[in-house]
Design a protein around this ligand. Structure first.
Ligand SMILES: Cc1cc2nc3c(=O)[nH]c(=O)nc-3n(C[C@H](O)[C@H](O)[C@H](O)COP(=O)(O)O)c2cc1C
Length: 191
């Protein structure tokens, strides 16, 4: 069964990225996928300490809630990160995850452990309060992250102009896009 892992980078439950992610995951589930959701803000985790111990064996010396997330990221057929834009980049919660996945970059690029792994995909959902929200920095970072851990970048939904919690509910087209994204990741093969 296809496994889709959704990662929420917002601290706001039922906020805009959470609602979009839930739409995508529900559609994926309805289309037959197994879905798992990770709420970064509810995990016990520390940022990367830059010790570079993972350069030897691809293992992070920190044992915390991210240990399970590493497993999910390796098992997933598709990953969807959903984050608000904070100061033109992804949220701090999202950035901590990215940095802590240095060990997966080592497994992929230095230890070549994913050479025979299934092809995995990553999509990105981002929301910004500004009508002219700047997404390019966050998109660049997420693209680089997915590439580093062996996922192809496959789909994005970038919604500016939503500031208040739940404002996305007045954007039915974007909610439908999220559902279409979830369905597509659940039912189509990686290109
Ligand atoms: C600390 C902070 C920084 C923010 N920086 C930006 C920004 O640079 N650009 C922008 O368009 N919106 C910015 N916003 C607004 C959020 O992106 C917006 O409220 C978004 O809808 C929050 O998503 P959520 O409901 O998923 O948490 C910022 C909000 C906070 C709390």
């Amino acid at each position: 069964m296809t496994l889709i892992v959704g990662i929420l980078g917002s601290p706001r439950r039922k906020g805009n990225s959470d609602l979009l992610l839930d739409r995508a995951l529900k559609a994926a589930s309805d289309a037959g996928a197994e879905v798992r959701k990770v709420v970064l803000n509810e995990l016990k985790l520390r940022p990367c300490q830059g010790c570079n111990d993972c350069h030897e064996d691809g293992e992070c010396v920190q044992r915390d809630d991210l240990t399970l997330v590493y497993e999910l990221l390796e098992q997933a057929d598709a990953v969807i990160i959903a984050s608000p834009i904070y100061f033109s980049g992804p949220s701090a919660q999202t950035k901590i995850l990215i940095d802590r996945c240095q060990c997966l970059w080592v497994r992929n690029e230095k230890l070549d452990r994913y050479a025979n792994a299934k092809r995995r995909r990553g999509a990105f959902i981002a929301v910004g309060g500004d009508e002219k929200a700047v997404f390019r920095h966050a998109v660049g970072e997420i693209r680089a992250f997915y590439s580093a851990i062996g996922l192809s970048y496959d789909g994005e939904i970038l919604l500016p102009g939503v500031e208040g919690k739940g404002e996305v509910l007045s954007h039915p087209d974007t909610l439908a896009q999220a559902e279409a994204l979830g369905r597509r990741l659940a039912t189509s093969e990686p290109s």
